[in-house]
Design a protein around this ligand. Structure first.
Ligand code: MG
Length: 374
């Protein structure tokens, strides 16, 4: 089997995009890797869609400076490890981290989809086998502007069947009083048994401010506090983690295992959150998860946007030796809710691991046509 084409399709709504909110599910980029045997692999990249597309489409400039598509055409798609290295080395001049690794992630997911379809097995069966048939899911959505609305969001998600809710970004970080009031309202609405997570979305400035707010939040028993500071401020992460008992989470901006090693070494982060469509793909996420497990940290992958990332993340979670939670984005955008035909229903707060070949998903072609930028 040979790769004949690597396609990056931009997905964008006809209407305006709200750039004031942190919701990356408004637009997207889909990867399709085609082969000479008629098998097509699907992937997604949660990045700047146009930048990721350019990284795939760019013609070769020299030995270590090439678009990913040109590196892969003619290759055997089943040689995923070797092709990952070929993409990493072939894009080194502009890559190594950031958007190039995002793009490699989406292509790598599509290669695994091909491998699964070729073997008539779900991806996790090629990763050593599923260690679980279902995984607890937490509802992940944006923090609204007021405590009353925060309470309502928690109630809505619990009614939908979630036993864990994360609220993030929005007004968090604006003031200590509002941060506290939002968390207090969410806890009150969720009751004592809800696992409640908070994603500050880089909204805290100083270590002192972070420690003060995290300490005052202890009474609300947060399951974790996520991305309190700008991701490069490792020293701030380390100081906060050392000062408070609440687990600190981070890593959605990091790419490759090397970044996650630094996040632990310098940032002392307890919960590592690689995103399968950003951090390097399925294989790299499993290496990061194993690194976390080995050193007594936790790995709870980040996932936002469509059913493609949901499926890819579920295969990673199935193959992880220790897995706690799936991040389940509940944004009501069309791409999140409708691009993939499978709905990943909740049963008793859990989502089933896909068991059909490859990723185990089909695109809704009508939604694809509606959003694909020509
Ligand atoms: Mg986050």
């Amino acid at each position: 089997m040979r790769i004949t084409k690597v396609e990056a399709i931009l997905l964008r709504p006809m209407g305006p995009i709200d750039t004031a909110i942190g919701d990356g599910s408004q637009d997207g980029v889909l990867v399709r890797v085609h082969t000479d045997e008629g098998i097509t692999g699907l992937g997604e990249i949660d990045s700047s869609p146009s930048v990721a597309k350019a990284i795939i489409d760019a013609p070769p400039s020299h030995k270590i400076c090439s678009g990913l598509g040109a590196l892969l055409v003619g290759e055997n798609p089943l040689e995923i490890g070797r092709l990952w290295q070929k993409m990493y080395k072939g894009s080194l001049y502009f890559g190594r981290r950031g958007a190039a690794i995002h793009a490699i992630s989406g292509v790598e997911i599509a290669l695994w989809d091909i491998a699964g379809k070729a073997a008539s097995k779900p991806i996790h069966a090629l990763l050593g086998g599923a260690r679980r048939q279902r995984i607890k899911a937490y509802a992940s959505t944006l923090m609204p502007d007021t405590p009353a609305e925060a309470a309502k969001v928690v109630e809505t998600q619990m009614k939908a069947g979630f036993q864990a809710v994360k609220l993030g970004w929005g007004p968090l970080g604006r003031s200590a009083e509002l941060d506290l009031a939002l968390v207090a309202a969410a806890r009150k609405a969720g009751g004592e048994n809800l696992d409640l997570m908070i994603d500050i979305g880089k909204g805290w400035q100083s270590v002192r401010e972070g420690i003060d707010r995290a300490r005052r939040m202890e009474q609300y028993r947060l399951f974790w506090i996520e991305e309190p500071f700008w991701p490069d401020d490792y020293g701030k992460y380390a100081a906060l983690a050392a000062a408070v008992p609440t687990p600190i989470a981070g890593g959605e901006e990091e790419t490759t295992l090397a970044d996650f090693e630094r996040l632990v070494d310098k940032g002392n982060v307890e919960i590592l959150q690689p995103d399968v469509t950003r951090a390097g793909g399925i294989g790299e996420c499993l290496r990061i998860a194993e690194f976390a497990r080995r050193i007594g940290r936790r790995c709870i992958p980040h996932a936002w946007s469509t059913g493609i990332i949901k499926a890819a993340t579920l295969h990673v979670l199935a193959a992880m030796e220790e897995a706690e939670y799936m991040e389940y984005c509940v944004q009501t955008t069309d791409l999140n809710q409708r691009l993939v035909a499978e709905k990943f229903p909740l049963v008793d707060g859990h989502v089933a691991i896909p068991d059909r070949p490859g990723l185990g998903i089909e695109l809704d072609e009508a939604v694809l046509r509606q959003f694909a930028v020509q």
